[in-house]
Design a protein around this ligand. Structure first.
Ligand code: FES
Length: 130
């Protein structure tokens, strides 16, 4: 059990460890990202958290960075260095961002699967009950 002082944290990386991402190597990705942060002495500035499924399994392995608000897709351990670089140098990790935070919601990058609208899923559940 830990209670970290987050006062110097600039980036929070949520690493999906849901079943689809785990099947695609999320454990190795998590370890690689954490090693990259540690090796660079950035533990005070970049905090990581494992999460359950984030609802974008098609994009596995998924990670989300706040407060930047970017969602990453298709991540593998080999992407760890570039991911951390992108946070430090504030550049994009080309081809690995699926969504970016916008004023009215997350903006999906071209070529990324849209997914099911939540309203539509709700309608389908209701119609199954009828
Ligand atoms: S398991 Fe990672 S998004 Fe679903």
């Amino acid at each position: 059990m830990a209670t970290w002082d987050l006062s110097k944290t600039k980036h929070h990386v949520l690493i999906c460890n849901g079943s689809s991402c785990n099947y695609a190597g999320a454990e190795e990705l998590t370890q690689a990202i954490r090693e990259e942060i540690s090796e660079r002495g950035l533990d005070q500035h970049i905090h990581t958290t494992r999460t359950r499924c984030n609802g974008r399994c098609q994009d596995k392995c998924v990670a989300i960075v706040y407060p930047k608000g970017d969602w990453y897709k298709d991540l593998s351990p080999e992407d760890s260095r570039k991911l951390i670089d992108s946070l430090i140098y504030e550049n994009d990790l080309t081809g690995k961002i699926s969504h970016t935070a916008g004023k009215d919601g997350f903006i999906r990058e071209p070529g990324v699967v849209q997914g099911v609208l939540k309203e539509k899923e709700k309608d389908q559940k209701v119609s199954k009950k009828l």
